[in-house]
Design a binder for this molecule. Sequence first.
Ligand code: NAD
Length: 257
Amino acid sequence: MTTSNFPSERTVVLTGAASARGIGRAAADRMASEGWSIAILDINAEDAKAAAAEIGSNRAVKAIGVGADVSDEASVDRAITEIEDSLPPIVALANLAGISSPTTFMETTVAEWDNVFAINMRGTFIVSQRVLKGMIERRLGRIVSISSISAQRGGGTFSKVAYSATKAGILGFTRALAREVGEFGITVNAIAPGPIDTDIMGGTLTDERKAQLSEGIMMGRVGTREEVAALIAFLLGQDSGYITAATYDINGGLQVS
Ligand code: NAD
């Protein structure tokens, strides 16, 4: 069996892609430039719609933004139904919605723990399961979920135990789901970024903070959103049909430092 031919009209759903300075928005821009129809699903409905409007006008592709909480099954079902009714078939899903947890272990409350797991892990489960219904029917699909180097190295300043545990969970989720859906021509992979220049770590990174974060990184700098976006686009694209259950490190060499 060879790589499936993608339909010329196809949609990628990107969760957590509303933030103008986030990885998801960069991935949406990149995939729009490759001709994908774009669906941005984010808890921030206003920014999701604004991002989609900008992408649609810049690239002349179809793009919609839908407000939804990934941790809420009914909210996700409504959002995906709206996307299915408005855009070409969903061929790809990028699970990017996530929050960090800078609280130390002994200070973490059960409510905080549950909230990080609800968004980072349960959200990934809910959205993937909903989108997979159509993918399985069409026997074609690509899923990428964002883990983190925190899963491998045990966190950092803004990513302590709860966050690291969810991002390690993404790795088991990815491998086990890949095993179940491979027979339907669907690939499932994870990307584990090191520090990337976005606002998730408590606001825009100062030069001083970037210099601190760069210590131990072979390439001597933090990564860019566009670099992660290029990897997402590759793993969701037609040429990656024989890659599944894999985790791609993208961290300038930090994983062996
Ligand atoms: P970001 O804060 O720009 O993006 C996160 C997005 O998720 C936001 O648009 C936010 O509105 C959305 N979101 C939050 N809760 C949601 C919910 N309940 N439902 C729907 N959407 C929700 O951050 P980013 O840096 O672009 O992060 C994207 C992903 O990459 C996250 O999963 C993050 O953990 C991961 N990651 C980031 C880095 C980094 O250094 N920036 C490193 C490793 C992994």
